[in-house]
Ligand binder design. Structure first.
Ligand code: BDR
Ligand code: CA
Length: 327
């Protein structure tokens, strides 16, 4: 077991559907001195799990981080079949059509769930999980080993829409929509989980000046991210009225690491709608009684982030390009 001391970097397992904003989250975690990225698992969402692993390996190689294991996770959600992803948002290859040479390394032989369980033993009592895709791998890992939560410090998940509208249906956010059954199992597992919903991720953005700063960087990963954002900005133009994008996944990464802090994050009962009706995929957060200030519900293990201490954009670009260091 690796005992964790406070000044040692935090071991983090990242579960992702790599993805343009997933790539930003990966780059951010790699740029943080406080983080020891010990593994990456992939899942189908923005693109399929195998392509997400290909993208993750290629990005890690660009960053010179050939030490981080990448495992392919679930192709299909717990109930049903993968729907083919969202090339209109993330491009045909998940990274905006940007061509990056395939890594020399191959994915691990184990599945993402197996990698997570293995890492939870290696880093027992220290491992943090960051999820920025559908929660299928976590649900599978919990089914394979129900003791998993006892070895995990914290889970931070981008997903859901508490008071904001959804982005797939009126009420459902994509990561939850893609596997509501897995989300319900993960959110009810009893581990300390911080949900980073659309309420805050849609309010954090990158704009053309940020993209140019990435393109101007000497760092090859930063430049690749700047290229990918061209596609992502096109998708978000009708939403924001200017070329820019939301920062879903990097915000979850930054909150997990403490680069951005939640200033309103009540612990409340949450429930995922797994019905076949119009509410399917909604994360129902019981936010009653919060008007006079934050009130945590006794026994609730899920915190829902509703406000943060600062915007992520400049900090994210600074960290990735090396222009600033994380505090
Ligand atoms: C989430 O869905 C995916 O498209 C993004 O990568 C992000 O994880 C936003 O709803
Ligand atoms: Ca994602």
């Amino acid at each position: 077991m690796n005992r964790h001391t406070d000044d040692a970097p935090h071991p983090i397992y990242l579960d992702c559907d790599t993805g343009i904003d997933d790539s930003l989250a990966l780059a951010y975690l790699l740029s943080s001195a406080d983080v020891d990225l010990v593994g990456v698992g992939t899942v189908s969402g923005n693109t399929d799990a195998a392509q997400a692993a290909r993208n993750s390996l290629a990005l890690l190689e660009l960053a010179g981080r050939t030490d981080v294991p990448v495992a392919i996770g679930a192709h299909d959600p717990l109930n049903g079949r993968y729907d083919g992803g969202v090339p209109e948002i993330h491009g045909v290859n998940g990274i905006g059509g940007v061509q990056i040479a395939d890594a020399e390394r191959r994915p691990e032989r184990e599945s993402a769930a197996e990698l997570l369980i293995r890492l939870s033993h290696t880093h027992a009592g220290a491992l943090r999980i960051v999820t920025v895709g559908p929660l299928t791998n976590l649900a599978l890992a919990l089914a394979m080993d129900p003791t998993l939560p006892t070895r995990i410090v914290a889970v931070t998940s981008m997903g859901g829409a508490a008071l904001a509208p959804g982005n797939v249906t009126a009420v459902a956010e994509a990561n939850i929509w893609n596997d509501p059954e897995a989300a319900q199992l993960t959110l009810s597992a009893g581990w300390p989980l911080t949900l980073v919903p659309l309420d805050v991720t849609m309010e954090n953005r990158l704009d053309e000046a940020d993209r140019q700063a990435l393109l101007d960087s000497r760092d090859p990963l930063a430049r690749a991210l700047g290229q990918m954002l061209d596609h992502y900005f096109d998708f978000y133009l009708p939403e924001y009225g200017v070329r820019s994008c939301a920062l879903h996944d990097p915000l979850a990464a930054a909150i997990a690491v403490g680069g951005v802090r939640a200033t309103r994050n009540p612990a409340v009962p949450v429930e995922v709608d797994t019905s076949a009706g119009p509410g399917r995929g909604q994360v129902i957060c019981d936010l009653r009684g919060q008007r006079l200030g934050q009130r945590d519900s006794p026994g609730a293990t899920v915190r829902v982030v509703l406000a943060t201490d600062r915007s992520l954009g400049a900090h994210l670009v600074g960290s990735i390009t090396g222009a600033t260091q994380l505090a």
